[in-house]
Design a protein around this ligand. Structure first.
Ligand code: LCS
Length: 396
């Protein structure tokens, strides 16, 4: 950050200013440095950079480009981390975290409620390379303790979790992880650093899909990992070799998206709270999952570790999958689509879309019922979102 301030700037000020201003021409907006490689002044300078010295050398090698560097500085500041790496997707960020910190023979303890893609990665890909994975209910810290193995090297969780909005106690699990000598990795995609900062609660690494609230407009694919300098340093070479680097234009879109994160998240949350309350009182709705509701089983944990409850919710309609389908087909303002965290409201059916990869018995046990509908509540007028769902429910 180049603005001279006498005290630690607020979150909102860091959204706008952190990482900005590093360019030689005084451009007001950080430029898109659309280049794959860098020209050295001498063979000696090239050799020094390649042997670990400062400076840019090639786009796959962090800090990639000055545009990436600005984004990395901004997201590190917002997540209260020391350093970060930017990836081509949230999945690439998760893959790089695992490849960098685990090896064959290690055990990964993962939350059982997680994004379907993450479940697929952990259940099918890493076991092929000798990483032992188990899926555990991380809403119960004692159960996490009891499920540790001798060789547990990492605990991975999402909170709030996709799609049931289950909440795990980050501080309690970070103490368990530290005692076991394992790293705690928290996927902060749903909460974003505006509402929750896992590193301050004791997590070692935060991962996020930038495709969601960080970009914020549903027009990019990206991911990020934020941690201490030491842990990010350990990830640099594996990430360079695995090759899932964020593109420059995406880094610029993320940098721009983050400038309004605080404003967008407030509105997402306001609309989500209104919609959750409306759905909770609707006769055709069986159950609403939103951590801001007092009936949410981990409402108190959420209230303790988050400064707001976010813009994601899910609910079960009476009448199961058929009723859910009827509802989704009737929506006019809300779009039927996967992904989340965009300015517009997106509705999807986890059992047949994002979480179709999970075995049905597992889904049912975890509360991902066939009639569950997930809503990524946008920043439109809240009354319009409610009206659309109301007319959708009327058709059931
Ligand atoms: N973590 C969470 C919590 C996610 O929801 C997703 C994607 C990812 C990681 C992976 O990020 P990506 O590689 O897509 O950037 N979630 C999606 C969803 O619920 N619908 O479509 C994608």
């Amino acid at each position: 950050m180049v603005i001279p301030l006498t005290r630690e700037p607020s979150f909102a000020t860091r959204c706008v200013h952190a990482g900005e201003g590093h360019n030689p021409y005084g451009a007001h907006a950080t430029p898109i440095y659309q280049t794959s490689t860098y020209v050295f002044e001498s063979a000696e300078q090239a050799a020094a950079t390649f042997s670990g010295g400062p400076g840019y050398r090639y786009i796959r090698s962090a800090p990639n480009t000055p545009t990436h560097a600005a984004f990395i500085e901004k997201i590190s500041s917002l997540e209260s981390g020391e350093a970060a790496l930017a990836f081509s997707s949230g999945m690439a960020a998760e893959t790089a975290v695992i490849l960098s910190h685990l090896a064959a023979g290690d055990h990964l303890l993962s939350a059982n409620v997680i994004y379907g893609g993450t479940y697929g990665l952990f259940s099918t890909l890493f076991p092929k390379f000798g990483i032992d994975v188990s899926f555990v209910d991380t809403t119960d810290p004692e159960g996490v303790s009891a499920s540790l193995h001798e060789n547990t090297k990492m605990i991975f969780l999402e909170t709030p979790a996709n799609p049931t909005m289950a909440v795990s106690d980050i501080a309690a699990i970070s103490r368990i992880a530290r005692e076991a000598g394992a790293l705690l990795v928290v996927d902060n995609t749903f909460a974003t650093p505006y509402f929750q900062r896992p590193l301050q609660l004791g997590a070692d690494i935060v991962v996020e899909s930038c495709t969601k609230y960080i970009g914020g407009h549903g027009d990019l694919l990206g991911g990020v990992a934020v941690a201490s300098k030491e842990l990010i340093q350990r990830m640099k070479r594996p990430s360079l070799l695995a090759g899932g680097t964020m593109g420059t234009h995406e880094a610029w879109l993320c940098l721009r998206g983050l400038k309004t994160l605080h404003l967008r998240m407030e509105r997402h949350q306001e609309n989500a709270m209104q919609l959750a309350t409306f759905l909770q009182n609707h006769p055709k709705v069986e159950k609403v999952n939103y951590p801001g509701l007092a009936v949410h089983p981990q409402h108190l944990v959420a209230a303790r570790q988050m400064s707001g409850f976010g813009g994601m919710l899910s609910f079960e309609v009476k009448g199961g999958v058929e009723a859910g389908r009827t509802l989704m087909n009737r929506l006019k303002l809300c779009s039927l689509a996967v992904s989340l965290g965009s300015v517009d409201t997106l509705v999807e059916h986890p059992a047949s879309m994002t979480h179709a990869v999970m075995p049905k018995e597992m889904r049912e046990q975890l509360g991902i019922a066939d009639g569950l509908v997930r809503v990524s509540v946008g920043i439109e007028g809240g009354e319009d979102i409610i009206a659309d769902l109301e007319q959708g429910l009327d058709g059931i």
